[in-house]
Structure formats: structure tokens, C-alpha cells
Design a protein around this ligand. Structure first.
Ligand SMILES: NC(=O)c1ccc[n+]([C@@H]2O[C@H](COP(=O)([O-])OP(=O)(O)OC[C@H]3O[C@@H](n4cnc5c(N)ncnc54)[C@H](OP(=O)(O)O)[C@@H]3O)[C@@H](O)[C@H]2O)c1
Length: 300
């Protein structure tokens, strides 16, 4: 049972689920320019907050006194997280159920970004991967992957930067992957979507130099989340040291954000792999990748 104050702090969706799958309630008590401790309000919007790295971002940001808008498709997960954060940290937390693979879902989040003057941070984290020989993969799922990992991220970055630039402050963290540094046979579409995120984020970051608005390109390696299961990747051969926790990835990202770093590769081992990937000739990376990634396919 939540305290009445906590109950007020959670925005719950009451409307029936619309077909486009994007719905949220407005925050149920009047917005104020200050938070409970008298400091200015800071709001963060986290996509893909129902699991993994996004949920870890939400937890950490609530602890850092951010109010939150949590975005994903699974309402039950988001509601449970929101309740926990309100109870533990007494922040205002809104749940925005949206399928970011749909135009309506993305537009709902764009509208939320534009409407919130205290928005300080957008974490474009929602994403998924597919694995297998490209020709064998479902064409619609491959297209959905591009819609989510590329188009939604592009649109939400644009919405965030357009809102933040006139205010002269704000940040966007775009969650990419080590996989974005080289073509990855058997993860072809996934790696290509992350290559887009790498190039795009670095280029826009340069355009924003001197504006007070900062972008971060976060490139994790293997992180313990639901990602591998969703992607159908077998990871039982991977040694324990190859993995990081979502919490550790988030800790490093937010520490780097405070220092204003653009490219963030969490973990010493991942930094070495990232450097090797970038130095390696493309032809070598393709062949090595094909040999290694073939072994990670479920059922192989
Ligand atoms: N885990 C890794 O090893 C790893 C490594 C490098 C990079 N990354 C990147 O890290 C990011 C987060 O992944 P994760 O590892 O935390 O995976 P995860 O545990 O599977 O979480 C993915 C999140 O994305 C959301 N999502 C998926 N499809 C969506 C859609 N159409 N609309 C809105 N939300 C959607 C999911 O929520 P719903 O299902 O509730 O919508 C979930 O909250 C991804 O961009 C991924 O590419 C992960």
C-alpha cells in the first residue's frame, strides 16, 4: 500500500488501450517549477524502461533526484517500476505506454518532450536485435528493428534537441552498441542500425558544440538483460568476465555525462574490443565476425 503522496506521484493510465498503443495520463497533481527539496525540477525521459539498461537508468536517475517519464510497451512492468521508484525516492514518475515502432507511439513521446519545460535528459535506449542469416529472417521484423533502433531514435533526438537548444541546456544519451563499429554477419541489421546511431550521434553532437546541449553515444558490450533472449542469441559459451551488469553500464554512462564525454564504452574489456574493432580492416572484421557470430545462433 503506497502513502497518499506516493499515490499522487504516479501517473496511471486509465484510458482503454488505444490501437496505436500509446497512452499516458497527465501527472495528477499540479506541476511546480520546484521539487520537494526546493531545487529546480529536473525531468528525464527514458525509453525502453520496462527492462534491462532502461530500467537501470530509471532507478539511478530517480536516486539522482530526477522526475521521470518511463516509456515502453509493457504497462505492468512500467507501473511496477514507477511504484517502486516513488516509494523509494519520492520522485514524480509518469508511465507512457508507447510502441516506438509505430508512428503514433513516437509522436506521443515527441509531444511529451515538447510539452515539458523541465526536461533535462532523454535516454534513447529502447532497442532490440535479431540474429541469423539475413535471408532467413522475417522481413517485417527486420524493418521493425530499423523503425525502432533508427527512426524512433532519430525523431526523439530531434524533438529533444529542438526543445533544449533554445534553453541552452539538456542532454541526450543514445544507447548504441559495440556491434555498431563493424559490419556483423548474422547480426547484419542490428549492427547496421547501431552503425547509424554511432555516425548520427557523433555528427549531431558536433553541430551542437557551444549550445549547452550535449549528446552521449553509449556503446555497451554484453550486458545481462533480456536482450540476448529477445534476439535469439546463445550466450552459454561466453565467459563470465565478458559480461557487465546494466547497473554498472548506467553508472559509467552517467558519470561520463557529468564530464561531458561523447563516446562512452563501459568496461575495460569492452574498451579494448572497441579499439580493436575500430582499428581492424573491414574485411578481417567481417570474416572474424562471421566465424564467431555463427556460433552464437540459437539452435547452432
Ligand atoms: N544487453 C546487451 O548485451 C546490449 C549490448 C549493447 C547494446 N545494447 C542496447 O541496449 C539497449 C537496451 O537493451 P537491453 O539490453 O536493456 O534489452 P532488454 O532488456 O530487452 O530491454 C529492451 C527495452 O526496449 C523496449 N522496447 C522494445 N521494443 C520496443 C518498442 N517497439 N517500443 C517501445 N519500447 C520497446 C522493451 O520494452 P517493452 O518490451 O516493454 O516494449 C525494453 O524495455 C538497446 O538499444 C540495445 O540495443 C544492449
Amino acid at each position: 500500500m503506497l502513502a497518499p503522496e506516493a499515490e499522487r506521484n504516479i501517473a496511471r493510465a486509465r484510458a482503454p488501450e488505444p490501437q496505436t498503443m500509446s497512452s499516458s495520463d497527465s501527472i495528477s497533481h499540479a506541476a511546480s517549477a520546484e521539487d520537494a527539496s526546493g531545487g529546480p525540477r529536473r525531468l528525464a525521459i527514458v525509453t525502453g524502461a520496462s527492462a534491462g539498461i532502461g530500467a537501470a537508468f530509471a532507478e539511478r536517475l530517480a536516486r539522482d533526484a530526477y522526475d521521470l517519464v518511463l516509456v515502453a510497451r509493457r504497462r505492468d512492468r512500467l507501473d511496477a517500476l514507477a511504484e517502486r521508484l516513488v516509494r523509494a525516492h519520492e520522485r514524480r514518475v509518469e508511465v507512457l505506454v508507447a510502441d516506438l515502432g509505430s508512428d503514433d507511439g513516437v509522436r506521443a513521446v515527441e509531444a511529451r518532450i515538447a510539452a515539458e519545460p523541465s526536461l533535462e535528459l532523454v535516454v534513447n535506449n529502447a532497442g532490440f536485435g535479431t540474429s541469423g542469416a539475413f535471408v532467413d529472417l522475417d522481413r517485417d521484423a527486420e524493418a521493425d528493428e530499423v523503425r525502432l533502433n533508427v527512426l524512433a531514435l532519430l525523431r526523439l533526438t530531434h524533438a529533444a534537441v529542438a526543445a533544449m537548444q533554445p534553453r541552452g541546456h539538456g542532454s541526450v544519451i543514445n544507447v548504441s552498441s559495440l556491434a555498431g563499429f563493424q559490419p556483423a554477419p548474422f547480426n547484419a541489421t542490428y549492427a547496421a542500425t547501431k552503425a547509424f546511431v554511432n555516425s548520427f550521434t557523433q555528427a549531431v553532437s558536433e553541430e551542437l558544440r557551444g549550445t549547452g546541449v550535449r549528446l552521449q553515444l553509449l556503446c555497451p558490450g554484453f550486458t545481462r538483460t533480456e536482450f540476448q533472449e529477445v534476439a535469439g542469441v546463445r550466450t552459454d559459451d561466453l565467459p563470465e568476465f565478458a559480461w557487465m551488469s546494466a547497473e554498472a553500464v548506467v553508472e559509467i554512462s552517467l558519470e561520463a555525462l557529468r564530464r561531458g564525454e561523447l563516446l562512452v564504452i563501459p568496461g575495460g574489456g569492452n574498451k579494448v574490443i572497441g579499439a580493436l574493432f575500430r582499428a581492424m580492416p573491414n574485411s578481417v572484421a567481417r570474416r572474424l565476425g562471421a566465424a564467431l557470430l555463427r556460433r552464437t545462433l540459437a539452435g547452432s
